[in-house]
Each structure stands twice: as C-alpha cells, then as structure tokens.
Design a protein. Sequence first.
Length: 57
Amino acid sequence: MQNNLNKSVSATDKDILLKMVDIDKSFPGVKALDHARLTLKRGTVHALMGENGAGKS
C-alpha cells in the first residue's frame, strides 16, 4: 500500500513560512501547551492575544 498524502501536501510546502510541532510550555502548576502545533503560511495574517505577562513573547 502506498501513501499518497505526502504528494498532495508537498504542493503547498513552498507557502509555509514557519512550522513548529510538539510545542510544550509549562509554568509551576500549569501546563500551558501540550504538543501544540503552529504553521504560518505566506499570505495569511496571524495575531497573538493575551493579557500582559501571559507569555506571548
């Protein structure tokens, strides 16, 4: 059996500017991110929102 998924995905690979997978972030007593993923593509607009001191940077 052959997997054709990679062939269809590769057509858009050139539009991916940043791809992050399995992102984990924790603070004492809080697991903020658990295996999160982020993909930024050319031509899209993204924003990070949150309170001051929430860890956006």
